[in-house]
Design a binder for this molecule. Structure first.
Ligand code: 2RA
Length: 329
């Protein structure tokens, strides 16, 4: 399989390379692609040096699959060019997610909707993936009516500059600011940019993407996204009201039996998910399961996952694995 990695020099690109190697993805030729400024750089994959190439060269090489982690504008311009050349694109940006002609895929939920005709496939937003995977089995059985989610998002979701700002501030060193405010010892209720309605783009991704992934517009999501000084992953406090009542032990079993989910939930032993321990793992960790005693049919849960892995790189590679396994490329 000839595969191109667009954005190979970025944070998600680096994790993508690790995941491809860990999962022994069947690669006959790997094209590492980045902006013109990075062309010629050497990156290592499976112990071998690879020279970074430009987008035009990569399109002409006609890879079977191109995984993009290079921002929305690059995806909007170049994904159609790869698709026209016969390449199947898996895109990590928000560019194609809400396009009605493109699939938005979490493999454990809706990979079966994919066909060979899907030449541009969107990877959902990291905070969406972990939430919707945990809600999926419960929605199937109890039917969601309304979700209220508050996120506690790692600086790694913003990128290298934000991680560096946090580390500089922790060390008492002045440096470039990724955020308007200090992040060390702070919580910033502002992820991405504000929209007209007073919500941020991050919050509207959480409000809009789950309905497309679950193919169900009968439930609604209200979100507050907050940036906190962690490095290991995103955490989410989710309050979900169902149309039907549920049994807590059945909720636990449904989650336990869902591929990709690990339940960590025992107050007696202080067992619950935390980003420090989710870091560099592929699972979505769920805990703090408890009935909301203030209203019927409503559950509280705590969801944690590494936003660079299942939230981005691993989900994209799993889509690629599905395409190969089902001979769709
Ligand atoms: C964030 N989900 O965490 C967004 C993009 N990675 O900033």
């Amino acid at each position: 399989m000839k595969i191109a990695l667009i954005g190979a020099t970025g944070m998600v690109g680096a994790v993508m390379l690790r995941v491809l190697e860990e999962r022994n993805f069947p690669i006959s030729e790997l094209l590492l692609v980045a902006s013109e400024a990075s062309v010629g750089k050497q990156l290592t994959f499976k112990g071998k040096p690879h020279t970074v190439i430009g987008l035009k060269t990569a399109v002409e090489a006609k890879p079977e699959i191109a995984i993009f982690s290079a921002g929305g504008s690059t995806s909007l311009e170049w994904a159609p060019k790869f698709a026209e050349a016969g390449t199947t694109v898996i895109d990590n940006s928000s560019a194609w997610r809400m396009d009605p002609t493109k699939k938005l895929v979490v493999p454990e939920i809706n990979a079966s909707s994919l066909t060979a005709a899907d030449k541009i496939i969107a990877n959902p937003n990291c905070s969406t993936i972990q939430m919707v995977l945990a809600l999926f089995p419960l929605h199937k059985k109890y039917k969601m009516k309304r979700v209220v989610v508050s996120t506690y998002q790692s600086v790694s979701g913003t990128g290298v500059k934000a991680v560096q700002q946090m580390e500089n501030e922790m060390a008492g060193v002045k440096g470039e600011m990724a955020y308007h405010y200090p992040i060390h010892r702070n919580a910033i209720p502002h992820c991405d940019v504000f929209e007209e309605n007073g919500y941020t783009k991050e919050e509207m991704k959480l409000a809009r993407e789950p309905q497309k992934i679950l193919d169900d517009r009968t439930f609604s999501v209200s979100a507050t996204a907050v940036r906190i000084p962690t490095a290991g992953g995103h955490s989410e406090s989710v309050n979900v009201e169902f149309l039907n009542d549920f049994d807590l032990s059945d909720v636990r079993k449904l989650l336990h039996d869902t591929p990709g989910i690990t339940v960590q939930d025992n107050p007696d032993t202080n067992t619950y998910p935390m980003p420090l321990y989710a870091n560099d793992k592929d699972e979505v960790f769920v805990g703090r399961l408890r009935r909301d005693e203030t209203q019927p049919n409503t559950l509280n849960m705590w969801i944690v996952s590494d936003n660079l892995r299942k939230g981005a790189a691993t989900n994209a590679v799993q889509i690629a694995e599905y395409l190969v396994a089902h001979k769709l490329v």
